[in-house]
Design a protein around this ligand. Sequence first.
Ligand SMILES: N[C@@H](CCC(=O)N[C@@H](CS)C(=O)NCC(=O)O)C(=O)O
Length: 220
Amino acid sequence: MAIEIYWGSGSTFAWRVLLALEAKKLPYASRLLEFSQKEHKTPAFLQMNPRGKVPTLKDGDFVVYESIAILQYLDHKYPQVPLFGTTAEESGAINQDVCEMLSYMEGPVSRITRPLFSGELAGKEQQVQEAAEAVHQEFSRYDARLAHSPWLRGERISASDIVLYPFLPTLLRAAAKPTAEKLKLAYMPFTRHYLHLARWTAAVEALPGYARTYPPHWRQ
Ligand SMILES: N[C@@H](CCC(=O)N[C@@H](CS)C(=O)NCC(=O)O)C(=O)O
């Protein structure tokens, strides 16, 4: 039975898992859930993931959710194209990146994207601008690292790249909202601030299978 991935269009967390499946060239059955139809809250789905969230992955009888846990599972189960390195040192370094991204990027990203995507920006302008400054600090670190290597951890793609990447197009999409025009978002203009990060973004987007990971509703 093929791997089944339950995901939602535009979910940065689910995007990580799709990228990992593509990077590992694993066959999978795509189960795209419609949030507007509450397909992630049906009894059958809640039986797999009682939190009713995506991504959720089913591999035979085994179910796992939480994007980072899924990446770890896939890497142990299907070690070809390792995403968490092959030595203790590589694994430590990549896990350090992942922990930093969860600690220092996820919060600011959601403080920017939630008000801009929900249309509820009023009163939150200051909060959004402060979060954009935090994102700018983090992007500057990654940009400096990418001046020395094609991927965040050397010569090949790893979980560091896969966990970070979905934040970028999501933040750019948020910045393109008409309501964002009046804001000063410190990470914009993106390509002018971060030359290496921009080159790296293009490399991720050139990966075979990338198109299958792209949020379908963004194409409309
Ligand atoms: N920490 C989780 C976050 C998962 C998450 O929040 N998913 C969102 C989509 S971006 C979701 O399913 N939200 C639906 C809901 O909470 O009802 C992960 O890394 O997988």
